[in-house]
Design a protein around this ligand. Structure first.
Ligand SMILES: Nc1ncnc2c1ncn2[C@@H]1O[C@H](COP(=O)(O)OP(=O)(O)OP(=O)(O)O)[C@@H](O)[C@H]1O
Ligand SMILES: [Mg+2]
Length: 266
């Protein structure tokens, strides 16, 4: 059996191979104000392209700049150097082409679960009946039927996160940016959500950038795993997971990828 393909990308561009680039990140850095500038350098000279419909995971230790990089793609944080483009157009702020799931669910506390999901649709002027039907479908998708009228404070952390995922999907964005979306879920629900996400990704052909701390989650889901290193946040290696889906978590091949990625993180 072939061993996993590991590519060192310390200086080179981590790229999507032949796929048409959807997201292009070119020599991007983010310096936060800090007493010690070296500590404030959250992301340093990162270049990465993500292909149309590609599923890419960012993996790495706490503080290596994963959230910062995702926020820059989302247009919520501006790079201090370099450029980010979507479909060749520079990112200047958030947009409906990018749906975001935050590390903590960030729901509107004054809205019920279903109203949170509908929020973006209200802004877009979708009629009430259609809005409700669409939100109800998403409620079923994330397995929250019966909890439509609960407020976030009445839901568990995992349920809140599922509402946040449904909210991100509501506008059917071409790009999904997900920051540890399943971190607060129990293992069974997490595995179910991973299956659901793959189904959504395959059915609606989205481009996904997915941040996780879980090596096995990254292997299960991704076309490519980008391993980052901290202080300053850089891309260290990329591992191409060229295995057909659905992937078998208990396979020898899976274990090989696991070991390779673990070594890359260390
Ligand atoms: N708004 C900010 N102001 C100053 N420093 C920040 C800010 N946001 C992030 N940082 C710093 O940037 C670095 C990267 O943070 P970031 O949140 O991107 O890491 P992360 O990889 O997402 O970590 P985790 O896995 O814990 O979520 C950290 O050293 C952090 O302290
Ligand atoms: Mg983070």
């Amino acid at each position: 059996m072939q061993s996993p393909r590991v590519e060192r990308v310390t200086e080179a561009v981590a790229n999507a191979g032949s796929a048409r680039p959807k997201i292009e990140i070119l020599q991007v850095s983010k310096q936060f104000p800090a007493e010690d500038p070296a500590r404030g350098l959250a992301v340093s000279n990162v270049s990465l392209t993500v292909g149309q419909n590609e599923f890419v995971s960012l993996l790495g230790r706490s503080g290596c700049g994963k959230t910062t990089l995702l926020n820059m793609i989302a247009g919520l944080v501006a790079p201090t150097q370099g450029q980010i483009a979507i479909d060749g157009k520079p990112v200047r702020g958030p947009g409906p082409d990018r749906g975001m799931v935050f590390q903590s669910s960030a729901l509107f506390p004054w809205l019920t679960a279903i109203d949170n999901i509908e929020f973006g649709l209200v802004n877009r002027g979708v009629p009430k009946v259609e809005r409700r039907r669409h939100a109800q479908d998403l409620i079923s998708l994330v397995q929250l039927s019966g909890f439509e009228s609960k407020y976030p404070r009445e839901l568990s952390g995992g349920m809140q996160q599922r509402v946040a995922i449904a909210r991100a999907l509501a506008l059917d964005p071409e790009i999904l940016l997900m920051d540890e979306p399943f971190g607060a879920l129990d293992e069974l629900t997490r595995a179910e959500m991973q299956d659901e996400l793959l189904a959504i990704w395959q059915k609606r052909t989205k481009t996904v950038v997915f941040v996780t701390h879980s090596i096995s989650e990254a292997i299960f889901l991704s076309d490519r795993v980008i391993v980052m290193s901290p202080h300053p946040g850089r891309i260290r290696e990329q591992i191409v997971i060229d295995v057909p889906r659905p992937r078998q978590r208990a396979s020898v091949q899976f274990a090989q990828f696991y070991e390779t990625i673990q070594r890359a993180i260390e």
